[in-house]
Design a protein around this ligand. Structure first.
Ligand code: FAD
Length: 374
């Protein structure tokens, strides 16, 4: 996210946000979901790129396969590779994860001037590869976790592992407007904790009708001078206490029966084109920021038949990072709908790698004392 009066940065990277959402997903999506990122040459040509099948000699078996390449998956890979587990990362069709969709990340420790999301994830990836991680940009579409070796299939290739870390994250849900996609990082955000700071003394809007929308609107009152909470229906899914708290807050104005038809602005968000869902009447609302708070979808499709999910569809962890299947571990936003931050996901990836390493050691699959590698 860039502050409203700053030029769009991206550190010289060429990123086209429109590619991955405005057209139907291609059968074999390009690495990085169509984003143009300058990875080191060996990464760009790594086996497993577009349309890849395993070549003779490609490693498809490992002590540890990590599914997902956001902060959780790549941190797990760094730890596992340094513990000589020779991990394979099945990175998904959106390598780098959610941070690839944002510009300035100002709350990841170690970067006092902030860092671009894609730059941060490029560094994570390079660090994982430096220690010998094999990364393949494919989605896992099917798994068999009935016994070891665990089996995972991606684009027709079977991968086998003694242990698995599931770090498939979650996807923020968007309204689906072209203008919303174009202005992501330029006034449109899906994360108040991450981007609220950029909207000090601004007039902004939050869209949604559940607890998250009300939480985000209330949180944003710390920064913004006025928040319009927009909801297309006349009643809310949010708990009554959250709604009452928002109603009592002088900075929040609630607009029911209000749908967003368009986000207006060329380089930055300038206004919203709104429609009254009861009367059909249209109007324009000048604002400088739009927070989409209509939910997140955990990426659990391939694992749902094997692992436990909670009422919201997130994976359930037992005893730290363990799933209900011995040898299958869980890390990051795929189970965490509370914190949803890069640093917490990375921390979780570290914990899952250490848990996997200890478990492999207990099974006699890895040698003792590899823990000194941390
Ligand atoms: C717009 C936006 C801005 C944000 N800004 C910030 C910020 O400034 N600071 C901050 O701390 N947090 C920020 N966040 C939140 C942060 O990005 C997430 O908390 C973090 O990325 C979660 O990491 P993760 O590794 O758990 O999952 P993700 O980042 O979601 O990564 C999941 C990975 O799993 C892969 N995957 C999914 N399904 C499969 C499959 N079937 N097979 C193989 N791979 C699969 C995906 O390709 C992806 O690589 C932001 C989020 C968004 C959406």
């Amino acid at each position: 996210m860039t502050a409203p009066d700053q030029p769009a940065p991206f550190g010289g990277l060429s990123i086209d946000f429109s590619v991955d959402t405005s057209v139907a997903a291609p059968a074999a999506p390009p690495p990085l979901g169509g984003l143009s990122i300058a990875f080191a040459p060996d990464v760009a040509t790594a086996p497993g790129g577009p349309g890849a099948t395993a070549e003779p000699g490609d490693r498809t078996e490992s002590k540890l396969v990590i599914v997902g390449s956001g902060p959780a998956g790549l941190t797990a890979a760094i730890y596992a590779a340094r513990a000589n587990l020779d991990p394979i990362v099945l990175a998904g069709s959106a390598p780098g994860g959610q941070l690839m969709l944002t510009s300035d990340v100002e709350n990841y420790p170690g970067f006092p001037d902030g860092i671009q999301g894609p730059d941060l994830m490029t560094a994570f990836r390079a660090q994982a590869e430096r220690f010998g991680t094999r990364i393949v940009d494919v989605d896992v579409d099917r798994v068999d976790l009935s016994g070891r070796p665990f089996r995972l299939w991606a684009r027709g290739v079977e991968y086998r592992a003694q242990a698995v870390i599931v770090a498939t994250g979650a996807s923020a849900m968007w309204l689906g407007l072209e203008s919303e996609t174009r202005l992501r990082g330029h006034g449109v955000s899906a994360c108040a904790t991450c981007d609220g700071f950029f909207f000090r003394d601004r007039e902004i809007a939050v869209v949604g009708g559940g607890d998250t929308a009300f939480e985000e609107a209330t949180y944003l009152t710390r920064f913004a001078k006025k928040i319009h909470l927009l909801h297309r229906r006349d009643e809310f899914r949010a708990s009554r206490i959250m709604v009452e708290r928002a109603r009592a807050n002088p900075k929040i104005e609630i607009h029911t029966n209000t749908a967003i038809d368009d986000v207006l602005g060329d380089a930055r968000v300038e206004a919203l084109a709104l429609r009254d869902t009861a009367t059909g009447e249209t109007r324009t609302m000048p604002i400088e920021g739009l927070f989409i708070a209509i939910g997140h979808q955990p990426n659990t499709e391939a694992f749902r038949d094997w692992l436990e999910v909670d009422a919201k569809g997130y994976l359930v962890v037992h005893d730290e990072t363990n799933s209900r299947i011995d040898g299958v571990f869980i890390a990051g936003d795929v189970h965490d709908h509370r914190y949803r931050q890069a640093v917490t996901a990375a921390g979780d990836g570290c914990r899952a790698a250490i848990d996997a390493e200890r478990w492999l050691e207990a099974q006699g699959i890895t040698e003792a004392n590899t823990l000194t590698a941390w």
